[in-house]
Each structure stands twice: as structure tokens, then as C-alpha cells.
Design a protein around this ligand. Structure first.
Ligand SMILES: Cc1cc2nc3c(=O)[nH]c(=O)nc-3n(C[C@H](O)[C@H](O)[C@H](O)COP(=O)(O)OP(=O)(O)OC[C@H]3O[C@@H](n4cnc5c(N)ncnc54)[C@H](O)[C@@H]3O)c2cc1C
Length: 392
């Protein structure tokens, strides 16, 4: 985060205590993780404000595919190799909590209409080798009582209208949503005051709290939560080697006749597609084609990747060979070193907490992980596997 003196419209606002907007907790970033943190903090009866440099869900939370995944963040065999069997299972259970709490608290009790459907998701194999890995994953998951079914090419053709895959698995617990409606709904239920178009330019430590300067106002808060995910290193340099801004690309077609029963990942969870409630087909991924270029915070569509997405569409779906492409966009994800989200407080800044590093899967995790952060802040509990201390 840097700003030249010429662009700094807060000059007049700096310094005057009388101008401060006082809150107990100021959350910077009104995406799924900021809104979810506000939701859990409201239970303590605190005065919470949610602030964003754009509108609500202006970042990745308004630019994703809307998958709410439990089992399919990565093939389960890889989760077990990376984290060990017990932690892999715990993480899976947390993502299951995430989905169940969205379904029961936000959609059910809260009455939020976000096109939520618990229809499962597929993971499809691009090669025979990947199919073997998916079969092994399914066997490991079944041992843990996780509902998953191996499917063949005929099932894929019938339920997804797709060709050219070697088989796959169906994770029965997963779901999908309209992510912007979801974030707006969570923020609304939180009761937090929303300040849109306030870009945080400076964090000032006061010893017993923080002063936060935006281009339009100065806030005074006992605690600040940075929920800025892929943009975090622009807000504080501590994140530079912890959360890496990483671009993802999506295209969406015109509406077509119903053809897909559930959202799908394929090619080792790198590429994905789903049909939206109005019939449009969304396809995303292929950042592996330009990994070095797909970094940074500029959300510009990458034409090489969009050509690949379109070629994929024509190759795998006979019925979409001539479908018009209506939307193309990019969004900025926050990748962590080990693929896991992190929460904690900034070293040397006990009044500044953070949540981020969702590595492309925040809709499937953030509501649950935000509860961990709220428990750290309000009850002094440990962040467990999400503690940023693991990163040194
Ligand atoms: C193309 C794409 C597809 C994806 N598909 C899926 C999917 O299907 N399922 C899934 O689970 N996840 C998916 N993700 C990932 C998911 O979108 C993110 O993990 C999640 O949205 C992160 O939420 P967040 O609230 O932490 O960050 P964000 O939504 O990025 O929110 C951060 C907010 O901080 C604000 N901000 C930044 N700097 C400042 C500042 N200085 N002052 C004030 N405000 C600031 C930004 O404007 C932004 O609104 C996808 C991401 C992309 C890009």
C-alpha cells in the first residue's frame, strides 16, 4: 500500500480525533472472509464496521465460480500425503462444517437467497493415471465414512453432457451458490456497518488500539482485522512472503438448455465448469499455461488462457460448439505457502488480526475459518492448524 502526496485526499482528515469514526472492531475487506468474521463477532455484541476499497465482494469473492467444496479442494490422497491422515480428515470435516453452517445458518435460519444447492461436485480425470488416483482417493475417503462414488464415461455423458474424460468421482456433500448474494447475505446478517469505497491507506498504532486512515475518513478501533486476502501485501509488508496474489480466469456462455447436474473440477482440480441457474455455462482455470504471468493484483483477462478455456469448451461439449461467450473476467486469489488458510495477529501489533491465504477455495472454507478467528479474538483459543505461526 503506497500513495503519493498528490493523490492523498485524506490530508484534511489526518490528525483530528474529533473526526474519528469510533468502532470496537474494524474489518478491512468486505469479501467472504471479512463478512464471515463480522458475522461471528456480532455474537459478542460488539460494534463492528466492515470497510472495502470497492463495493461488497469486489475482490475474489465476487469473481469466483461459486463452488462450495468439501472433498475436492485437492485429491484426498494428496491431502493425506501433505498433512497426514488425521489432519487431512480434520480439514475435510471443517469444510463440511463450512457448507453445513452456510446451509443451516445463512440460507436456513437467516433466509438468505443465494441460489444455494447441495448437489455434490464431480472431479473428472483427464488421464487414466488421474482416474487411478481418484479411485485411491475415493477408497481412502470411504474408509473415513465420506460419501463419494466413482463414475464412468457413460455417467459423465448422461449427467454432465461432457466427453473426453476417463471417469471421475462424485463428492455427494458439496454444493454451489451465487457468491455475491452469499457475501451480501452474510454481511447483512452480521449487522456490521458497511463503508464501501474506503481504501485503507495507513494503519496507525495507538498503543491501546488503532487508527485507520482511508481516503475519505479516519476510523478509530480497538482491534482491526485485515481480511484482504490476495491484496494483503499491499496493506502490510509482513504478508509479502506469506500470501501471494495469484490470478484466475473465467468465461461464461450464453444460456443453453439444461445439461449439467452438478459443478465439476477436472485435471487435478486445476480446471472447472458448472451450469448456472439461468442456463449459462461457466468455465475457469488453465492458469497452469501461464503460471509466471498469472501473478499480481491486476484483474485483467489473459487472452492466452481465455483461448484455452474456449477451446476446452468446444472440445468437451458437443452442444456448446457454437455457444456465444458473453462474459470474460479475472480475479485475484491469495495463495499461501502450503495451500492452507491462516489466521492470527500481526507480530508486534497485538491490535491487528488477519485472515487469508485461501488458495483458490475461500467459498468452501472462509465461513468456518472465520469462526476460528473469532474464537481466537474473543476467547483466546488457539488457531490450531490455521495458525500463521507454522509459516515462521
Ligand atoms: C477465478 C476464481 C475462481 C474461484 N472459484 C472458487 C470456487 O469456485 N470456490 C471457492 O471456494 N473459491 C473460489 N475462488 C477463491 C475465492 O473466491 C477466494 O478464496 C475468496 O473469495 C477469498 O475471499 P476473501 O474475502 O478472503 O478475499 P476477497 O474476496 O479478495 O476480499 C478482499 C477484499 O479486500 C478489499 N481490499 C483490499 N485492499 C484494501 C484496502 N487497502 N482497503 C480496503 N479494502 C481493501 C478488496 O477490495 C476485496 O473486496 C476463486 C477465485 C477466483 C479468482
Amino acid at each position: 500500500m503506497s500513495i503519493s502526496v498528490w493523490l492523498d485526499e485524506t490530508h484534511a482528515a489526518h490528525g483530528s480525533d474529533a473526526d474519528d469514526i469510533e468502532v470496537d472492531i474494524l474489518i478491512v475487506g468486505a469479501g467472504i472472509s471479512g463478512a464471515s468474521t463480522a458475522y461471528w463477532l456480532r455474537e459478542a455484541g460488539l460494534n463492528v464496521a466492515l470497510l472495502d476499497k470497492g463495493d461488497i465482494a469486489a475482490g475474489a469473492s465476487g469473481r469466483n465460480a461459486g463452488f462450495i467444496t468439501c472433498g475436492s479442494v485437492e485429491h484426498y490422497t494428496r491431502q493425506v500425503s501433505r498433512h497426514g491422515a488425521d489432519l487431512a480428515h480434520t480439514l475435510w470435516q471443517h469444510s463440511q462444517d463450512n457448507l453445513a453452517w452456510i446451509r443451516d445458518r445463512i440460507v436456513g435460519e437467516g433466509g438468505v437467497d443465494c441460489d444455494f444447492r447441495q448437489v455434490g461436485t464431480y472431479s473428472l480425470a483427464g488421464t487414466p493415471h488421474e482416474l487411478e488416483e481418484l479411485r485411491s482417493s475415493a477408497a481412502l475417503m470411504a474408509e473415513r465414512g465420506i460419501p463419494v462414488t466413482v463414475v464412468d464415461e457413460a455417467h459423465i455423458a448422461e449427467h454432465l453432457g461432457a466427453r473426453g474424460f476417463h471417469g471421475g468421482v462424485l463428492y455427494h456433500d458439496d454444493g454451489e451458490c451465487h457468491p455475491v448474494k452469499l457475501v451480501r447475505g452474510i454481511a447483512g446478517l452480521s449487522g456490521a456497518t458497511l463503508y464501501s469505497h474506503h481504501e485503507v491507506r495507513r494503519l496507525e498504532s495507538l498503543g491501546d488500539g488503532m487508527r485507520v486512515h482511508t481516503q475519505r475518513a479516519v476510523f478509530r478501533a480497538q482491534f482491526v482485522v485485515l481480511a484482504t486476502n490476495g491484496y494483503s501485501s499491499l496493506v502490510h509488508p509482513w504478508f509479502a512472503d506469506k500470501i501471494y496474489p495469484t490470478r484466475g480466469q473465467i468465461l461464461v456462455t450464453e444460456p443453453v438448455a439444461p445439461m449439467m447436474a452438478a459443478p465439476c473440477y477436472c485435471n487435478h482440480v486445476l480446471d472447472y465448469f458448472r451450469q448456472l441457474p439461468d442456463g449459462r455455462v461457466l468455465i475457469g482455470g488453465f492458469r497452469q499455461l501461464a503460471k509466471d504471468a498469472e501473478v499480481g493484483v491486476a484483474d485483467t483477462p489473459n487472452l492466452e488462457i481465455h483461448d484455452a478455456l474456449e477451446a476446452f469448451l468446444r472440445r468437451h461439449f458437443a452442444s456448446l460448439e457454437k455457444a456465444r461467450v458473453d462474459y470474460r473476467w479475472a480475479g485475484i486469489m491469495g495463495f499461501s505457502q502450503d495451500g492452507m488458510p491462516m489466521v492470527g495477529s500481526l507480530p508486534g501489533e497485538p491490535h491487528v488480526y488477519f485472515i487469508g491465504g485461501f488458495t483458490g477455495h475461500g467459498i468452501g472454507q472462509a465461513f468456518r475459518v472465520a469462526k476460528v478467528l473469532a474464537d481466537v479474538m474473543l476467547k483466546g483459543e488457539s488457531a490450531g492448524p490455521y495458525s500463521a505461526r507454522r509459516l515462521g
